[in-house]
Ligand binder design. Structure first.
Ligand code: MN
Length: 717
């Protein structure tokens, strides 16, 4: 025998031995814990058939091909699935990948059910006139339609995909990314829709790890390091909860759990958060025997740690679409760490992990709890069928399925029919930014399905959105209150920041020029080496940058101005010319929230790094160093509305506020907000804010309101 043949033979023997040891024997071991012997016999028969069919084939990882169907079978065996599903998963690649084996052979050997499932997961051959995308879309459609005949098709497909994802490392980069993307787009959402959270979580993490390996690695490490630091705290919570439940006579299992990396990643991305801001990284699960124990356990949890009341969900009374049931609550644990707690019965837990798979699970399928996901899945699939009928072509159909799989997203169209995916609750502003930043920046209104709507209107699936722009328009800070997408939020913030930069430069220039004049330097005559020398001394690259830093309060104008003095002159001529506040400076001039100055008040300014100038009343108690204050004065034509705080004492009776509000309205102002400070006895003590034009306006308003009989005292605060 020559050497190559011998080595091939050796390899085969080694593979066979390995396969027996790690493979079928291990699978059989699991099957023996729940299947009757004659069913195990059929599963082993399917294995032998598959082994023979795949003989000589290897995977990209280098191992014998049979390892793949076998590994997929072990995934499903761990979920205790029925023997039909197990036979099908062992045979799932035989028709597609092995010459000479037809579907009829499978049907003949293992029965029509197994053949149907194998057919459902087998890809269609790519026709010569098809693109790769078309061919892929057609295969996914085939799979979805096969599910309507037998839902076990998807269990086999998901196990197949899960094992492929686990061994994706061997694939070339481009292919790996494509498969990972498809997993995140289609298969993980299907697992979620069918309630198979066990698969969903792993598919998501593997998808992320293969699509963005760096992000996944960084995130995994950071989460591990945070959880390491909080280990003792978590143990403490677990111990305390278990103890209290036991004291109250509830038999319960308390287990700590960490969220999967993908869900943390998604939360950070959607809400634009940093990792440390995603506070509920950990959770606990309390598993009890009976439904009413769930509610009792909830009471005990709320008694042990303070709950965040708005973060409570009763998915027992209102089960999720996929049949999921649990109570969800968030507690404030030791050191203020948020802890999410899920409370459910054993049955509910089982459904939560296995979803529709529970229906075919051995000896579990009969419980009533597991019927819900089954019914829900059927409903979803009949939806899919309807979409199939309505779709223009296969790729269109797959797009529709994706839309349907993401209940947290809306899909809308441009006037040209381009599809845009946005988070649920998104508005025309979000849409505009998703098309183009400039479109968002110039957006003034929108037409949705040809009707004019406000830019804050929430969009719905399938709507056509047209953005109306104006070249004079620019983003408004109030948009931040209703936009949903991270892109819109970031673009608006960025625009406002640049706007602030411009304003800062203008203000900085005024401040610096004023300081220069005060020391007898004419800003207009500044040029050449004097400027360059001064900038070098100040370590600023340009005048613009110097203006900006002065405007933002990072530099003091009087100090910076001195660098522009000719070296021969040391004396400083001080002709104080206060800076005028015009009321229209916008973001770089702020009014002190401590004293609320209005035009007419004696004022001074405080340069605040990063914020610009903050205007305070002279009588304000705000403390600062002598040279931090800048002299300011109101411009003669100052304009705008200025907020003031008033304090009112009056008879505590109904109608007090109404009478006061009426009087203030008649003085040409409005109450912006009211706070009640508990009064003594029958005296009401209220603080409220109003907007006034200037001091004269304010004086009139106070005088008028004081005349009311119910008002005992009204003063500016
Ligand atoms: Mn496969």
């Amino acid at each position: 025998m020559d050497v190559p043949v011998l080595s091939r033979l050796n390899t085969r023997i080694r593979t066979t031995l390995l396969t027996r040891e790690l493979g079928i024997d291990a699978l059989k071991g699991t099957l023996e814990t729940y299947l009757p012997r004659h069913e195990i016999y059929d599963v082993v028969r399917a294995y032998n058939f598959s082994f023979a069919a795949h003989e000589g084939q290897t995977r990209k990882t280098g191992e014998a091909y049979i390892f793949h169907p076998l590994a997929a079978a072990r995934i499903l065996a761990e979920m205790r699935l029925d023997y039909t599903t197990l036979m099908a998963v062992l045979l799932h690649d035989v028709v597609e990948d092995c010459d000479g084996i037809e579907l009829e052979d499978i049907g003949h050997e293992f029965g029509p059910e197994v053949a149907t499932i194998v057919d459902g997961v087998s890809k269609l051959n790519r026709a010569s006139d098809q693109t790769q995308n078309e061919a892929r879309a057609k295969s996914i459609r085939k799979l979805l339609l096969a599910m309507t005949q037998d839902l076990r098709v998807i269990l086999v497909k998901l196990a197949d995909r899960l094992h492929n994802m686990r061994t994706l490392g061997a694939m070339p980069d481009k292919k790996r990314r494509r498969i990972a993307q498809e997993t995140l787009d289609i298969y993980a959402p299907i697992a979620q829709r069918l309630g198979i959270y066990k698969f969903q979580r792993e598919l998501e993490d593997l998808g992320l790890a293969n699509l963005y390996p760096k992000r996944f690695e960084v995130l995994t490490k950071s989460v591990a390091s945070i959880s390491g630091k909080r280990k003792n705290m978590l143990r403490e919570v677990e111990r305390k909860l278990s103890e209290k439940l036991k004291e109250e006579g509830i038999s319960a299992t308390v287990v700590g759990r960490q969220k999967n990396i993908f869900s943390i990643y998604r939360k950070m991305k959607e809400k634009n958060l940093k990792l440390l801001q995603v506070m509920d990284l950990y959770g606990f699960r309390i598993i009890v025997d009976r439904v009413d124990d769930c509610y009792r356990a909830l009471g005990i949890a709320h008694h042990t740690y303070r709950p965040i009341s708005e973060e409570f969900d009763d998915f027992i009374a209102n089960a999720k679409m996929n049949g999921y049931q649990s109570l969800h609550t968030t507690l404030i644990g030791p050191a203020g760490v948020k802890i999410e707690v899920q409370i459910r019965t054993r049955d509910m837990h089982h459904v939560a992990e296995a979803g529709i798979a529970a229906h075919w699970q051995y000896k579990i399928g009969a419980t009533s709890a597991s019927k819900t996901p089954q019914i829900q899945a059927r409903e979803w699939l009949s939806n899919v069928m309807a979409m199939e009928e309505g779709a223009a072509n296969t790729e269109d159909f797959i797009e529709h399925v994706k839309v349907d799989l993401y209940p947290d997203e809306v899909y809308v169209f441009t006037p040209k029919g381009q599809i845009h995916r946005l988070p649920r609750g998104a508005t025309p502003i979000d849409f505009a930014y998703s098309v183009h930043t400039e479109l968002g920046n110039r957006c003034v209104a929108a037409r949705v399905d040809h009707n004019l709507v406000p830019v804050s209107e929430k969009l719905k699936n399938g709507q056509q959105v047209e953005i109306i722009t104006s070249s004079h328009s620019y983003p408004n800070a109030t948009w931040l209150n209703f936009v949903r997408s991270a892109k819109a939020r970031a673009s608006i913030r960025n625009y406002l920041k640049n706007l602030q930069d411009d304003e800062a430069k203008r203000l900085g220039r005024r401040l610096l020029e004023k300081s220069l004049r005060e020391i007898g330097v004419s800003p207009r005559r500044l040029r050449g080496s004097r400027v360059n020398d001064a900038l070098a001394e100040l370590n600023e690259p340009s005048m613009e940058e110097l203006y900006r830093n002065v405007g933002l309060g990072n530099r003091m104008a009087p100090l910076a101005a001195r660098h522009f003095l000719p070296t021969t002159r040391k004396s400083v001529a001080a002709t104080a010319m206060p800076l005028e506040v015009e009321g229209t400076e916008g973001l770089v001039v702020e009014y002190g929230r401590c004293c609320h100055p209005v035009p007419g008040d004696a004022i001074r300014g405080l340069v605040d790094a990063g914020r610009g100038i903050v205007i305070h009343r002279n009588r304000c108690k705000r403390k600062a160093g002598k040279d931090e204050w800048v002299e300011v004065t109101w411009a003669p034509d100052v304009s705008g509305d200025f907020l003031v705080e008033l304090r009112l004492k009056g008879e505590d009776r109904r109608g007090l506020l109404a009478q006061v509000a009426k009087e203030i309205a008649e003085s040409g102002s409005n109450i912006e907000s009211v706070r009640s400070i508990t009064g003594e006895g029958r005296v009401a003590d209220l603080r409220f804010s109003v907007l006034v034009r200037d001091k004269a306006h304010l004086t009139r308003l106070i005088r008028r309101t004081r005349r009311l009989e119910v008002v005992e005292d009204l003063t500016r605060h």
